[in-house]
Design a binder for this molecule. Structure first.
Ligand code: HEM
Length: 250
């Protein structure tokens, strides 16, 4: 594999990926441990479908809805890509909550993983904000009024509320500036923040290792049961004398 050897010699990247993929995890990890990777997969689907949608979407109040219509009805498989992005957003958020519930119920937020829990909370807030900014983009009645409600709720926050509302609106009214602002946040700033946070999150997962389920011996600090010594051909495995049936104990 010459190209891989070339890359490995100059960067060590191949060894890094190999370490990531083949690192040791506790023997009793189960399906619940796949929820983090499922969330990651949902996020990657959002990234890919989002880039394709951005080829056709026009962030301007006069053409935004028409461009969404064009994607849905004219562009080849546009309906599929748009549907995947729209429903995928809910899948991503539901999976994030399920993954968080698993981490909470398994006590995986405890020492030494508190920092990863904090990064997770930031991921949750940023992920929800991504959903909020995406909701305005079709610029139909639902999008418009949902955003009015969201901005008004932000406006009621103590002290910073009015500033926050005007920052999100980009002026006194929801209009072209709001749409441009939400689009920029939705496709640049928030995904960038999510990618950075996910990178940190996974770095800590690899560094600290994955926790066992609470019912496992490993979680109780007893370690895995010792594996039996390898059997040798032609010999009976030695046992304590008392355990040999039919022999009197000493
Ligand atoms: C974009 C969202 C997220 C992605 C892509 C993600 C990804 C992952 C992955 C792949 C793992 C390792 C496998 C696993 O335990 O499932 C993991 C572990 C972990 N995640 Fe997340 N996660 C996300 C959000 C969250 C949230 C919202 C929280 C909590 C508030 C959280 C807290 C943790 C913790 C504490 C661990 C370590 C668990 C352990 O060691 O057993 N994550 N995450």
């Amino acid at each position: 594999m010459y190209p891989l050897d070339w890359l490995e010699e100059r960067s060590g990247l191949v060894g890094g990926v190999r370490y990531f993929l083949f690192r040791k995890v506790p023997g009793d990890t189960n399906w619940f441990h796949t929820l983090g990777s499922a969330t990651l997969t949902a996020f990657l689907v959002q990234l890919i479908t989002g880039v394709i949608l951005a080829f056709y979407y026009k962030p301007d109040p006069n053409s935004a809805h028409a461009s969404i219509d064009h994607i849905t009805h004219d562009v080849t498989l546009g309906w599929l890509v748009r549907g995947m992005h729209k429903w995928g957003a809910s899948v991503f958020i539901i999976l994030m909550f399920m993954h968080m519930a698993r981490v909470f119920l398994f006590g995986a937020y405890k020492y030494p993983r508190e920092l990863n829990w904090i990064i997770g909370v930031l991921l949750l807030a940023t992920g929800l904000f991504e959903g909020l900014t995406g909701y305005l983009l079709p610029f139909d009645q639902t999008a418009y009024w949902a955003t009015v409600v969201a901005i008004n709720i932000n406006g009621t926050a103590p002290f910073v509320g009015p500033f926050l509302a005007s920052l999100l609106r980009g002026g006194a009214e929801i209009g072209p500036d709001t749409l441009a602002r939400f689009y920029s946040l939705h496709m640049l700033l928030i995904p960038g923040a999510l990618i950075g946070l996910i990178t940190l999150h996974l770095y800590l997962v690899v560094r600290l290792g994955v926790t066992s389920p609470p019912w496992s011996d490993e979680a109780a600090g007893e370690g895995p049961p010792p594996s039996p010594p390898p059997a040798r051909a032609g010999l009976v495995r030695p046992r304590p004398r008392a355990a040999v049936r039919g022999r009197p104990t000493e």
